[in-house]
Design a protein around this ligand. Structure first.
Ligand SMILES: [Zn+2]
Length: 100
């Protein structure tokens, strides 16, 4: 399909390009084939997380895990003996009441 004049501005069109077969209006830029169809669309791949961001996430995760582990560690270490607070004032509390 060869057009002699631009359907948009009626400007006279030259012969279609031999390479792509496109007809481009030199006046308004109209073309019978959009450029996107002629050239493959290049969608930039989604960027992976930058090393800095990964380190941030890892740091946050480590911080959370440390926070979660702290109470458990205390409980584990306290097992085997009754906590002094439940039985009443400990020896240290009796000797130094103002220490706490
Ligand atoms: Zn035109």
């Amino acid at each position: 399909m060869v057009l002699e004049s631009c359907p948009k501005c009626s400007h006279r069109l030259g012969p279609p390009l031999k390479s792509s077969g496109r007809q481009v209006c030199m006046k308004c830029g109209w073309s019978n084939r959009p450029r996107k169809a002629a050239t493959p669309t290049q969608n930039p791949p989604q960027k992976d997380l930058s090393p800095i961001e990964i380190q941030k996430i890892l740091a946050q995760a480590t911080e959370k895990s440390v926070h979660n582990m702290k109470p458990r560690h205390k409980r584990n270490s306290g097992e085997g003996g009754d906590p002094p607070q439940d039985d009443g004032p400990s020896i240290d509390d009796l000797l130094n009441p103002r220490s706490k």
